[in-house]
Design a protein around this ligand. Structure first.
Ligand SMILES: O=C(CO)COP(=O)(O)O
Length: 256
């Protein structure tokens, strides 16, 4: 059985103090058995959050990293630096990085490989734009992103990856995909993994939905057989609303 993941992506929000204040109120409510809860915060808040999260079931993640160990890459943060802080997760290939920072599928692949070889769990994002959706290219685009992101990984390594299907048009728009449409794409992603590797890898890999997930719609996604949780932007910024999402996943785990 796949353990559900509820991951918050704060994006470029919260100072260190704001992050700690949030964590104090979130910690009790956000601790749920049977759910992997993750908070992906800006780099500067990571050391304080990792310290605050010690002894809890809440994992802390970065939102990006460079693939190289170290070097003359002004402004970048490398995988060993995340290891040294004790961060277990890293978001890779978010559409905002692809769009605003020109991140290519090749870069996403190098980062994913580097994360795996540094024992970091990569949360790898894929998803089509509105234009691609309207041109009926969703499956083609998502397939290519998935295949390229995972290229060169062994079957064992692929099962350590968490994939997140985030249709670009649903991010921050208040307009989520319907649960049925998200399920259809995610089922297709799982099939893509089965075709590239084998059925066992496809059965084991966690695939999340992201894009305007809120307490009011999370259940509809979680009830889909292939959706293993959510990657959440806006609704993760408030401790109460994020805790409600974790609770929804915990409740479902209990029922299932
Ligand atoms: O980009 C997202 C998570 O990575 C989704 O953002 P929203 O939940 O704000 O739509």
């Amino acid at each position: 059985m796949r353990t559900p993941v509820i991951a918050g992506n704060w994006k470029m929000y919260k100072t260190v103090n704001e992050a700690l204040e949030y964590f104090t109120s979130f910690r009790e409510k956000g601790e749920a058995e049977g759910v992997e809860t993750v908070l992906c915060a800006p780099f500067v808040a990571l050391p304080a959050l990792v310290e605050a999260a010690k002894g809890s079931r809440i994992g802390i993640g970065a939102q990006n990293m460079h693939w190289e160990e170290e070097g003359a890459f002004t402004g970048e943060v490398g995988p060993s630096m995340l290891n040294a802080v004790g961060v277990p997760y890293v978001v890779i290939g978010h559409s905002e990085r692809r769009t605003y920072f020109a991140e290519t599928d090749e870069a996403v692949n190098k980062k994913t490989q580097s994360a795996i070889s540094h024992d970091l769990v990569p949360i790898v994002c894929v998803g089509e734009t509105l234009e691609e959706k309207e041109a009926d290219r969703t499956q083609e685009v998502v397939r290519e992103q998935v295949v390229k992101a995972l290229a060169g990984l062994s079957s064992d390594e692929v099962t350590q990856v968490v994939l997140a299907y985030e249709p670009v048009w649903a991010i921050g728009s208040g307009k989520s995909a319907t649960a049925e449409d998200a399920e259809e794409v995610i089922r297709f992603v799982r099939k893509t993994v089965a075709d590239q590797y084998d059925q066992q890898v496809a059965n084991d890999i966690r695939i999340l939905y992201g894009g305007s997930v809120k307490p009011g719609n999370i259940d509809s996604f979680l009830e889909q057989p292939d959706i293993d949780g959510a990657l959440v932007g806006g609704a993760s910024l408030d401790a109460d609303s994020f805790a409600r999402l974790v609770e929804a996943a915990a409740k479902r785990g209990g029922e299932g």
